[in-house]
Design a protein around this ligand. Structure first.
Ligand code: SR1
Ligand code: MG
Length: 405
């Protein structure tokens, strides 16, 4: 019989003590439940006298953000710990170290990253991260290339696809990102002042066609092992270090979904800059910095991915002249479409982002929301016609200009 139950802080301490070589015996231990996400319990266990600490993350059998009426499989804890281990091998130093996984308790014990900040918070506070684009593009290129049919044995890949079947978490994405925002769904949640913009989303059939095509890719295109929820709240950061956390949504899907998540979330912060920059000139600089980061993320990813392809591709047919060009172009187009979907869902869907929702003045918040929707919709509408990352920068720039006029 399973011994699963939600842990108390006292039990978390006992489990933490069982991890070899972290906490020292006989010293005071402090434990706090710090989970502020949508789904899990997170315990921070530390030892003030030695400075040692670790994190225990336990899956709950339902979505915490909604309650027990939304059951969720505990298997996501296995998926998360296995994904972290694969990503740790492919992108060393860019994910936390996993110390232990307990299947019965749906528990992963891992490295504490409290010396980092959550990137979403860091960006809202005006932080700059000169290594971010290099790190995240390496993470993306390594993890996506080497879990795809390009970079791994294709029969082994099929076995891996099987062990990353993640129906409950995929269903969240299928509904919250690719369905609810485009209809009057009870799951949606938005400020009253957005009623007109929401109605426009529900009525826009050209937009629906693009979202349906992107949704189809998410449902059917088992291209590589994705992180699956790579927003700026899933990234711990300092100016020197980047750590990707929380891959519980991992499954085999379209690569552009991960790349687009990063870009869409940078652009959500960009949309909120009237709040997060104190004056016009800082705002201009800040927006330029964010757009430069968007450009660098794609450009470095593109370079790394092509280099891995040239050096390590497993598939003879993938060496066919012109194929790489075609593949990477489709990957950019998917990235653009998924980035747009990620933006729209955070404005009208169930789960929002602090970059926008923490704007206290409703008029400034409304402007930020409209800007995010305008950029998001443009990205979705033009995804299949995009040939360069510069076009995305132009979309974001023009949306700001249009909002001024
Ligand atoms: C019910 S879960 C809502 C959202 O939280 C996660 O971080 C994912 O982004 C998901 O869509
Ligand atoms: Mg998460």
């Amino acid at each position: 019989m399973s011994s699963y139950h939600p842990l108390t802080e006292e039990e978390a301490v006992e489990l933490a003590k069982s991890v070899p070589n972290v906490l020292q015996p006989g010293q005071e231990i402090v434990c706090r439940e710090i989970g502020d996400g949508n789904l899990n319990l997170v315990f921070h266990v530390s030892q003030p006298t030695t400075g040692a600490s670790l994190i225990l993350k336990q899956a709950l059998p339902y979505a915490k953000v909604v309650g027990e009426s939304w059951p969720l499989s505990l298997d996501r804890a296995r998926i998360e710990s296995e994904a972290l281990q694969i990503q740790g091998k492919l992108a060393p130093g860019l994910v936390p170290t996993v110390y232990l996984y307990d299947a019965d308790l749906a528990l992963t014990v891992m490295e504490d990253l409290s010396d980092h900040v959550i990137m979403r918070r860091g960006l809202m506070e005006g932080g700059t991260y000169p290594k971010f684009a290099e790190h995240i593009s390496e993470f993306l290129a390594q993890t996506l290339f080497f879990t795809s049919d390009l970079g791994m044995n294709q029969q082994d890949k099929k076995a891996l696809v099987k062990s990353f079947i993640n129906p409950d978490l995929c269903k969240i994405t299928e509904d919250l990102i690719f369905d609810d925002p485009y209809t009057n769904s009870p799951n949606n949640s938005f400020d009253d002042h957005l009623q007109e913009e929401a109605q426009a989303l529900w009525d826009d059939t050209a937009l629906h066609l693009e979202v349906a095509l992107l949704r189809e890719k998410f449902l059917t295109h088992a291209q590589a092992l994705l992180h699956g929820d790579l927003h700026t709240g899933s990234i711990f950061i300092t100016p020197e270090s980047t750590k990707v956390i929380d891959p519980e949504f991992a499954y085999f899907g379209p690569m552009g979904f991960d790349v687009g998540a990063v870009i869409g979330n940078l652009l959500l912060n960009y949309a909120g800059q009237e709040q997060w920059s104190p004056d016009e000139s800082t705002r201009r600089e800040r927006r330029a910095y964010l757009l430069e980061t968007v450009r660098d993320v794609w450009t470095l990813f593109d370079r790394n991915f092509r280099q891995l392809w040239d050096e390590s591709v497993m598939d003879r047919m993938a060496r066919t002249q012109g194929y790489q060009h075609h593949y990477v172009r489709r990957l950019l187009q998917d990235t653009v479409g998924f980035a747009g979907c990620k933006m729209v869902r955070r404005i009208v869907g169930l789960s929002h982002v602090a970059d926008i929702d923490k704007i206290p003045d409703p008029a400034i918040r409304h402007k930020a929301q409209r800007l995010a929707l305008s950029i998001g919709k443009s990205l979705i509408l033009r995804n299949r016609d995009t040939f360069s990352i510069d076009e995305i920068i132009d979309v974001a720039d023009s949306a700001v200009q249009a909002a001024r006029n």
